[in-house]
Design a protein around this ligand. Sequence first.
Ligand code: NAP
Length: 250
Amino acid sequence: MTTTNRFQDKVVIVTGGANGIGQATMLGFAQEGARVVIVDLADRGEAVAGQINKDGGNALFIKADVSNADQVQSLVNTTLDKYGQIDILINNAGITRDNLIMKMKEDDWNLVLRVNLSSVYQCSRAVVRPMMKKRYGRIINLTSVVGLAGQSGQTNYAASKAGIIGFTKSLAKEVGSRNITVNAVAPGFIKTQLTDVLPAEMVQTTVQNTPLGRLGEVEDVAKAIWFLASDDAAFITGQVLTVDGGLVMQ
Ligand code: NAP
């Protein structure tokens, strides 16, 4: 593994870090010297962490449900016991349970709000104290262009992602004086297991409506996250950085 030092010795928690955007983000942090904590429900997180350690990096996998307050507190305690600090939190875990409002079951509404939005509250709340003590922190939340522009069949998902934007701006105001920045990244259509299930016509229409004429790659989003986590973004907080090839312009 080639290591540069942009994130040397930083401790980074990436939720949903075993797949897709989270995995790409986490790998980059590890390659740039960070100690990474992969938090995921997916067992493959163990193998992903194992590979990083084999390649000379430093990774820990914690299997946890980020929408569960006890499990979140326990993963934060485990991280602090092992590394003594938490510098960067990437709130990336997210799910979809799409349906038209008439057919949307309350369980699917509640689940999406809990996993996508309440988890951001749980994880942020649990890391803010150690970050405040250290007078340093970076929190980056994965929202979506759907939270900005809306999407038929995704009222639950859009509500959760729009909620993340309000949360991001409010927390940024709350913790800025302690040198903690809080920003959001809003991906457009990125090739992952989350978008693999979409109908081919929908994908084609999206590409046609995207000025840059393609779907995004996970690395396109990871690069924006690394930027916001780096010293280059030290004076940026409360912002939403859209990474969508120009699909949604505000
Ligand atoms: P992904 O490939 O499905 O990966 C998400 C990971 O989160 C999976 O490993 C999943 O585990 C895990 N996860 C789900 N629920 C969890 C929970 N309660 N606790 C812990 N881990 C959990 O998703 P992605 O496409 O990379 O998306 C990552 C983030 O970007 C999400 O917040 C998503 O809403 C956002 N986003 C994605 C796109 C896109 O086009 N892909 C666009 C806009 C925004 P399992 O596999 O076991 O479920």
